[in-house]
Each structure stands twice: as structure tokens, then as C-alpha cells.
Design a protein around this ligand. Structure first.
Ligand code: NDP
Length: 242
């Protein structure tokens, strides 16, 4: 069988990097997208052999061109889209700037539309596709200081379920993964005193590893995961049980 092609947004660092590596190991041709850290992307490509592509996922036209370029260079249409890239701009609502709100909504939610829009026609035509959206536990429970982030991540659940209904008869599955606290740059930036409080709330007693999220992506991306759609897979060490 020809190798399936996957795009991972924000695929050069943190959870995304682990996803890119895991999909490559599972036999996929992988394109790892990123935004600005050329140094990180270059090193990642050198070490892993994964092709890297720079474009801004908040720009819908850049996404269209990015998908087109990946298809051309990797030799076929995109079979698996992992909408992983995300940012935080935390602050209590009464201090939040309109920019912090908009940046997070654009990067974490609108980007999911921007990317999915350009892979969907071909998936529908070929009656095969996997769309995997990386949401967050904080979109399930709501988090202090994260009205922007929690709103964007909760929005992903609605998007996932609605699109799953639209594409179910076309062989295209759409699922969300909701990680809890995972040891990446995003979480390592949290202050030490706050980290202690976070750890005390995780029944498993530690942060998750990016690879623990990546293995869920590989599971959902598989051909034989065809009956799983519109679902949310929680990966949070027992911190939030739905
Ligand atoms: P990191 O900050 O480690 O990496 C973010 C990645 O996204 C980078 O590759 C970055 O590119 C890319 N990116 C950011 N903005 C854009 C953009 N506009 N266009 C293209 N790429 C962009 O994040 P994590 O690995 O921690 O998080 C990955 C996902 O998992 C996010 O959606 C996050 O919300 C979610 N998540 C993370 C949790 C955690 O504990 N870490 C918990 C729950 C969910 P560049 O390198 O160029 O900056």
C-alpha cells in the first residue's frame, strides 16, 4: 500500500514534535508545520528526517498554499491532518487585552478551520481521511486566567462533533484529544509555586509526556480506527474524568 501522508501543525516542538516522530515511525510520510522558530525546525528535520514547512496557521491563504505544497512535495493528497499548534496568552478576564483574546482564538480555533478546509474536499472524494484535533483538558473544565484558551479549546469539541457528523458517510473521521498537563515548553514556563499546585491535582502524580499524547494520535490515525469518530480522548493522568 502507498504510504499515507500526514500534516502536523506545530509539528517541530513539544507535543507536535512527538506526534511527527510517532507518525513517521508508524510508516506515514510526515510534514511538520511551524510558525517562526527556524532554528528549532532545522535541527528537528536534521535529527528526525521529517520534512518541515513554515507557514502561519492563522492565515487561511497561507494554509491553502501550505497544503498544496505538502501534497506536491510528498507526492499525494493529505490523508491525516493533526491540528496541534496552539499558544497561551494567560490573564484574568478583567485584565485581558483584546489582542490576547484574538491571538488565542485565531491560533487555537480559527486555525482548525483554516487547515481543515483545504484537506477536506480530497478526503471526501477519496472516501478516506483522519482529522485529529488537539484540544485541552482546560477546554473541558475551564481554567482560571484562560477564558481565551478555554473558549478556543472548548470550541474545538463543537467543531469536531459537527464535522464528524458531516463526514461520517465519507470515510473521514474527526476526533479530539484533550491532554492534561504535558511536559513541554508551554508548561515548563509555569512558575514553580503554581507547578506544585498543578502536580498536587494530578492523581497519577506527574506531568504527562508528549509521547503519551502522540501514541493516541497514531491510534486514531490508523486505517482500522474507522469506527471512532466525534470522540474525545482524554490524556490527563486522571485529573479530569468526563
Ligand atoms: P509548544 O509551545 O511546545 O509548541 C507549539 C508549536 O506550535 C510550535 O511548533 C510552534 O511553532 C507552533 N505554532 C504556534 N503558533 C503557530 C502558528 N501561528 N502557525 C504555525 N505554527 C504555530 O506547544 P505544546 O507542544 O505544549 O502544545 C501543543 C498543543 O497541545 C497546543 O494546541 C496546546 O494548546 C495543546 N495542549 C498542550 C498541553 C501541555 O500541557 N503542553 C496541555 C493541553 C493541550 P514555532 O516553533 O515556530 O514557534
Amino acid at each position: 500500500m502507498t504510504q499515507r501522508i500526514a500534516i502536523v501543525t506545530g509539528g517541530t516542538r513539544g507535543i507536535g514534535a512527538a506526534i511527527s516522530i510517532a507518525l513517521k515511525s508508524a510508516g506515514y510520510k510526515v510534514a511538520a508545520n511551524y510558525a517562526s522558530r527556524d532554528d528549532v525546525a532545522k535541527e528537528f528535520a536534521k535529527v528526525t528526517g521529517v520534512a518541515t514547512y513554515k507557514w502561519d496557521i492563522t492565515d487561511v491563504e497561507a494554509c491553502r498554499q501550505g497544503v498544496e505544497m505538502v501534497s506536491k512535495e510528498l507526492g499525494g493528497p493529505v490523508d491525516i491532518l493533526v491540528n496541534n499548534a496552539g499558544i497561551t496568552r494567560d490573564s484574568a478576564m478583567h485584565k485581558m487585552t483584546p489582542e490576547s483574546w484574538q491571538d488565542v482564538i485565531d491560533t487555537n480555533l480559527t486555525s482548525v478551520f483554516n487547515m481543515t478546509r483545504w484537506v477536506l474536499d480530497s478526503m471526501r472524494e477519496r472516501k478516506y481521511g483522519r482529522i485529529i484535533n488537539i484540544s485541552s483538558m482546560n477546554g473541558q473544565l475551564g481554567q482560571f486566567g484562560q477564558t481565551n484558551y478555554s473558549a478556543a479549546k472548548a470550541g474545538i469539541f463543537g467543531f469536531t462533533k459537527a464535522l464528524a457528523r458531516e463526514t461520517a458517510s465519507r470515510g473521514v473521521t474527526v476526533n479530539a484529544i484533550a491532554p492534561g498537563y504535558i511536559a513541554t515548553d508551554m508548561v515548563k514556563a509555569v512558575k514553580e509555586d503554581v507547578m506544585k499546585i498543578i502536580l498536587s491535582g494530578i492523581p497519577v502524580g506527574r506531568l504527562g509526556e508528549p509521547e503519551e499524547v502522540a501514541r493516541c494520535v497514531v491510534f486514531l490515525a490508523a486505517d482500522d480506527a474507522a469506527f471512532i469518530t466525534g470522540s474525545t480522548l482524554s490524556v490527563n493522568g486522571g485529573q479530569y474524568m468526563d
